[in-house]
Write a protein of this length. Structure first.
Length: 267
């Protein structure tokens, strides 16, 4: 009875606690200023974010416009290699020409050095230099023919350029290891088709050229369709990776660690 009376006597004192003092004018002004500063800071952050997004969009559009202009003026595979310098396809297509030129230049330098040895060596060097010049001429003919075959028809040209663009995106999405084998195979195949139209002297037979051009056009069309399906259709992927890349991956790399890829949302 004493405890209940004591608790009942203490409750009125709790309920009768004095209310907090009302905010002063200074407190209200401080709260208003704080909220105004927070709103202003949020507005500035939004402006910076929007400005950054606008600049990013403008830069992306500028790059696309520059690439379109460059592609419109590209008439050779070498021109395209300047636009897509990391392309495995173009390296496979033009790599043999580069190797031949490099070896020819090495031979030319060696022959030039041998001129100072004797008159006999000078004569041999001159003959070798003439051979080198002929080799370079044939090499340039081959390179030019490569471009004519690949970029001759508008449809084939569009298919080829789209393959190069999809190759560029594949590197962004899947890194450098996984897609390499597939695109290297495409470049080698185009190189083979190009060489099949040339006779032993580096000149072109018109009948063979027409047949090979049709073969290149058909191959580019099929590969473009297959590549788009592999990149964008889920049924053509395995564990989130295109099957056509997995099929061409070297066996020794199949058990290696997966490459870390940073995705750029621009494309």
């Amino acid at each position: 009875r004493e405890s209940s009376s004591s608790s009942s006597s203490s409750s009125p004192s709790t309920s009768n606690a004095p209310p907090p003092p009302p905010p002063t004018a200074e407190d209200i002004m401080l709260l208003l200023v704080t909220r105004r500063e927070e709103a202003e800071e949020a507005r500035r952050e939004d402006e910076v974010r929007l400005r950054s997004e606008d600049q990013k969009q403008e830069e992306s559009e500028r790059r696309e416009r520059t690439q379109r202009e460059a592609l419109a003026g590209a008439t050779t595979a070498e021109d395209l290699f300047g636009i897509f310098p990391e392309s495995w396809v173009l390296k496979g297509l033009l790599g043999a020409n580069t190797t031949t030129t490099s070896n020819t230049n090495t031979a030319s330098n060696t022959n030039t050095a041998s001129k100072t040895t004797s008159n006999t060596n000078t004569t041999r060097a001159t003959t070798s230099t003439s051979t080198t010049s002929t080799t370079n001429t044939n090499t340039n003919t081959t390179s030019s023919k490569t471009c004519t075959l690949t970029l001759g028809g508008q449809e084939s040209r569009n298919d080829f350029i789209e393959i190069l663009r999809l190759e560029e995106k594949s590197r962004k999405w899947y890194g450098w290891k996984l897609p390499a084998g597939y695109f290297q195979k495409v470049g080698s195949r185009l190189r083979y088709l190009e060489r099949s139209s040339l006779d032993g002297t580096g000149t072109t037979d018109s009948t063979t050229d027409s047949s090979t051009s049709r073969g290149v056009a058909s191959y580019l069309y099929d590969e473009r369709f297959k590549l788009r399906s592999g990149l964008y259709e889920l049924e053509e992927q395995q564990n989130g990776q295109p099957k056509l890349f997995l099929d061409e991956r070297p066996a020794q790399n199949s058990g290696a660690g997966r490459e870390i890829v940073v995705i750029d949302d621009d494309d």
